[in-house]
Design a protein around this ligand. Structure first.
Ligand code: HEM
Length: 152
């Protein structure tokens, strides 16, 4: 079941590319293009989140299959990535709300922070994907729903 993580990781990368171009276009003063690109970026981020959450609930999360000596470093890095993604999601919602309510000064201020964090989330997500699925064989998959319901 590595197809879902491959798709969701690609969605983070695609989303970050939209955000980077969206930023570029607002710097050039192209407001409409900025709006469109950012909404595509937010859409791909949302699609990532839906796939990730469905997988977490119904399939499970893959445990790290690499050497024990790397486990601690991997988990610290994973937590760093998850923290970035969570902060980016919350900031992203606030950024969009400011934009839709035409509070552009606030939007601009927090939008810069959101964009930078999201642009860090994407490459760290790719590193987690490479460590979890490409460099080492994935470990066990543990369904969260089974753990909650005690059905494993
Ligand atoms: C999560 C999505 C978004 C992010 C991350 C984002 C990010 C940004 C950033 C970083 C800037 C400042 C650029 C700079 O001067 O360095 C900005 C400005 C701006 N954004 Fe967004 N944006 C998003 C969505 C939107 C949407 C949906 C709209 C339209 C409804 C919008 C309208 C604007 C406008 C009009 C400005 C110019 C503000 C000004 O110069 O006073 N943005 N945005």
């Amino acid at each position: 079941m590595t197809i879902l993580p491959t798709i969701s990781t690609s969605f983070i990368v695609i989303s970050a590319i939209f955000v980077a171009f969206g930023w570029y276009h607002i710097a050039k003063g192209h407001r409409e293009t900025h709006q469109k690109l950012m909404l595509w970026g937010a859409g791909f981020a949302l699609a990532f989140f839906i796939i990730y959450m469905s997988r977490t609930l119904f399939v499970g999360n893959t445990t790290f299959g690499g050497p024990d000596s790397l486990k601690l470093a991997y988990h610290i890095f994973l937590i760093f990535h998850i923290t970035l993604a969570t902060v980016a999601a919350v900031f992203g919602i606030v950024t969009l709300l400011h934009a839709f309510n035409k509070r552009f000064a606030k939007h601009k201020k927090i939008g810069r922070v959101t964009a930078v964090i999201w642009l860090m989330t994407a490459p760290t997500g790719v590193v987690v994907y490479v460590l979890l699925y490409l460099l080492y064989p994935g470990g066990e998959t543990k369904p969260v729903i089974d753990a909650i319901l005690g059905t494993y």
